[in-house]
Design a protein around this ligand. Sequence first.
Ligand code: ATP
Length: 869
Amino acid sequence: MNMFYKQTSEEAMRTLGVSDKGLNDLEIKKLREKQGFNELTEGARKSNLQVFLEQFKDFLVVILLGAALISAFLGKFESTLVIIVVVVINAILGTVQHVKAEQSLKSLKALSSPTAKVLRNGQKLEIPSRELLIGDILYLDAGDYVSADGRIIENYSLQINESSLTGESESVLKTTDIINEDNVAIGDKKNIVFSGSFVTYGRALILVTSIGMETELGKIANLLETAKEKKTPLQVNLDNFGKKLAFVILAISALIFALNVFRGYAIIDSFMFAVSLAVAAIPEALSSIVTIVLAIGTQKMSRENAVVRKLHAVESLGSISVICSDKTGTLTQNKMTVQKVYVDEKVLSHDELDHDKLLEKNLVLMALLCNDAITVKDKEIGDPTEVALVNLGEVYDLDELDIRKDYPRVSEVPFDSDRKLMSTANKLEEKTFMITKGALDVLLLRSISIVTSSGVKTLTANDKKEIERVNKEFSESGLRVLAFAYKEIENEKTIGIEDENDLIFVGLISMMDPPRIESATAVADCIRSGIKPVMITGDHKITASAIAKQIGILTNESVAIEGYEIDSLSDEELKTKVEHISVYARVSPEHKIRIVRAWQERGNIVAMTGDGVNDAPALKQADIGIAMGITGTEVAKDAASIVLMDDNFSTIVKAISNGRSIYSNIKNSIKFLLSGNTAAVISVLYTSLAALPMPFAPVHLLFINLVTDSLPAIAIGLEPHNKNIMNEKPRDINSPILNKSFSIEVLIEGLIIALGTMTAFHIGLSTGDTLASSTMAFATLCFSRLLHGFNSRSQQSIFKIGVFSNKYLWIATILGYLLLEFVLSFKPLMGVFEVAPLTINQRAIVYGLSLMPLILIQTYKLLFVKANK
Ligand code: ATP
C-alpha cells in the first residue's frame, strides 16, 4: 500500500504532481492510457459460442442427439438430419434469447451505475465512477459511495461507514492529520478513504491514490461474491414446476413407449417417438421466456424513467398496496421560490424587502452564507431550498460567491434531515459568527433572544407565540418555512452540533414548492386501483397537510401526524392506526422503518421512496425500495430496487402499471405454452390408449416444438400494455401464478385443441390413408396452436383489445404458418417430414378445425368475460 497516510495532503498532491485545479485534459489522456479504468475485473463473461454449446447440455437434447445417432446407424439419414437441424435451430434461438436478455440487463445496469464528482480543469463535474484516475480530486458528500481509495485533503466532519471492508458498522470520523506509524490497519487509517465505503455524514475533498484492482477493495475483490443476478421468485417457482412437469411428461412418454412396443412397433421407432413427445411437451423455455419478457419490460420501464435495479421487483410491483412517498421533489416540483419573509416583527412579500433596512439585508446575507448552493450562468447547483435563497440574493444584487469571499466560512455543521438544522461559522472582519438555519420548531427551542430594529432582546413566550402564528399562517398556504438565527462565537472555533443553542432569532423565509401537475391524477389512479398513497416528509405538518389536500392524499377520512407522535405509539398501536394516517410530517428516517413494518404486518406490500443516506434501511425494509435518481444519494440508490430518474411520484404509478402488465403477459405466455403442449400430450395419450395408429411422426413433434413454442410465446409476452390494468386491485403476492383456475383453463384449452386435432386425425383415418391422417393431425395441431396464440393474448377477446395490436404475434404466426406450408407443400421436404400431399378438401378440414379453438374461445370471451379483466 502506498504511504500517503504518512504524508501531509500537500505532500501527497506533490507526489502525484496534481495542481489544486485537478487534472487537465492532457494529463487525463496520458493517465488513462497508463492506468486504464477504475473497475474491478469481473469473472470472464461467457462467449456466445459457450452459450451456444451450453444449449446442448440439456438432458433431452442429449437423448435426442443419441436418437439421431441411432437413426444414422440404421440408415435413416433423413431423420438424423431433421433432428440435428431442429436441435441446432433450437440452440441458436436459445443463444439469441440469452444474449439479448443479457445485453438488455447490462444496459439497464449501466443506467444506474455510480457516478463521482471531481475537480478537473478547475471545474467541478460529475463523471461515471469508472473514469476516475489516480490524481483526481474527488468531492465526497453525505450519502456518496466512495469509488476509489484516496487521501483526504480537505475535511468537514467527514464520517464514513467502512463496514464492507472492516465489518465495523459504526461510522469512522475522518481527519486530514498525518499518521506517523508503520503497519497501520485499514480501520485506523483515519486520513484515507476506501473504495466500497460510504459517507454517512459531512463532506470532504479527496486525492485519489488508487483505483480499480489496486484499491483495498480490489485486493479482496476475488473474495467477494461476484454480483450475479439471482433468479426471481417467479423463475425459481417456474423452474421447480418445470422439473415436476418434466417428470410427469417423462412418465407419460415411458408409458407410451411401453404401449407402442407392446403393440408391436419397432423399439427404435417407439423410442424416437417417446423422446420427441417429451421434447415437444416439456416447456423447457419457461424460465428463459420470463427472463426475456422481464428484460424487455424493464427496458420499457427505464424509457419511462423507472430504472429497475433488482429484477424481482418487477414481479412484486403488481402486488403493491401502499406507496409511502416523500413530498419534496416527488409529489412537488422541487422548484422553490421565496414568497414571504418575516423579519423585524413584520411579514413582507418577496418584493417588499427594503435595501436600506439593515435587518432585512442581514437576513438575506445569512441566507446566502449558511448555504451551499450556487447559480452560475443560469445553472443552479445544489439543494432547491438553498437555490431559492441564492435567488433571493438577486433582489439585493448580492452574488453568493462574492459574499462568501467577503465573509469566509471557517467551519460548518452540515444539514441533516434528522436534526433539521444547518450551521456555518463565518468571519466578519475581526469577529466570527455562527449562522443557523432550519426548521422553526427545532430552531425556536434553541433560541434565547430575538433581534429587531430596536436591538437584541430576550425571546419571550409572547414573541414565540407570534412567530409560531406567522409560521402557521405561512404553512397553511402550503409554504415551506426556514427559520434563521445566529450568535457570535470565538474566533477559530470549530463548531459542532453542541454549539447550536443560545441563538438569537432573526426571522423566517418561506418558499413555495408547488405540487407537480401530474401528482393529483397519479394519486387518483392509485386510489382507484386499490393502492393507498401515503406522504412521509421532513417538512412541517401544516405545510405537508396543505399540499396533501391539494393532491388528494389527505381526505376527510384520514389524518396527518408528526414524527414525535409515532414515538409515543407502540408497534401494535401503530399497526392499528396506520390505516387512517395519510400524512407523516417532521419524520426522521427511523420512523420510516416503523411505518413500513406496520403496513407490512397488516399484510400489505409496501413501496417506499427515499433519497438520503439514512433512508437506506427503510428502503431495504420496504418490499420495493424506490430511490430518487436526481436528488438521491448513491447509498439510497444502492439500497433501492428501483431508481426514479425523474424523482416523480407519477412515475411510480406508471411503473406499477407496467409491472402488472408484465406479470400478466408472462402468465399469458406460460398459459399459451402449457395449453399447446397439453393438446399434444392428450392427443398422443388418446390414440395410444384407444389403440389407434400413432397420430404424429417424431419429426412432426419436433417441428411443432420449434415453430409453435418460443417465438409466439415471446410475442405474447410483448403484448402491448393493457390500459385498464389500473382498474384492477393489487394481485395477492401469495397466490401462485399456476393456480387452480389457471390450470383448469390450460386443461380446457388443451382439450379443445386436442379435440380439433383428433377430429382431423379420424377424418384422415376414415379414408384409410394413415400417412394422410397423421399429416392432417400434425397440420391441425401445428396451425391451431399458432392461432391459439391470439387466444392467449389476454383474458379479453381480441376484438376488445384490438386484433392487430400485437404485431409481434402476427409476425410469429405468419412465419410459423409459412414454414408449415413449406413443409406440407415443398416436395423435397415432404419426404423428410413424413407428410402426404393433402387434397383441397383435406386442407379445408385442417384449416376449419384449426380455426375452431380460436372461434370457440373468442366467442366465450366475447360473451362471458367482463370488461377490464
Ligand atoms: P421530504 O422528506 O418530503 O423530501 P423535506 O425535503 O421537506 O421532505 P427534509 O429535507 O428532511 O425534508 O427537511 C426537513 C426540514 O428541514 C424542512 O422542513 C426545513 O425546515 C429544514 N431544511 C430543509 N433543507 C434545509 C437546509 N438545506 N438547511 C437547513 N434546514 C433545512
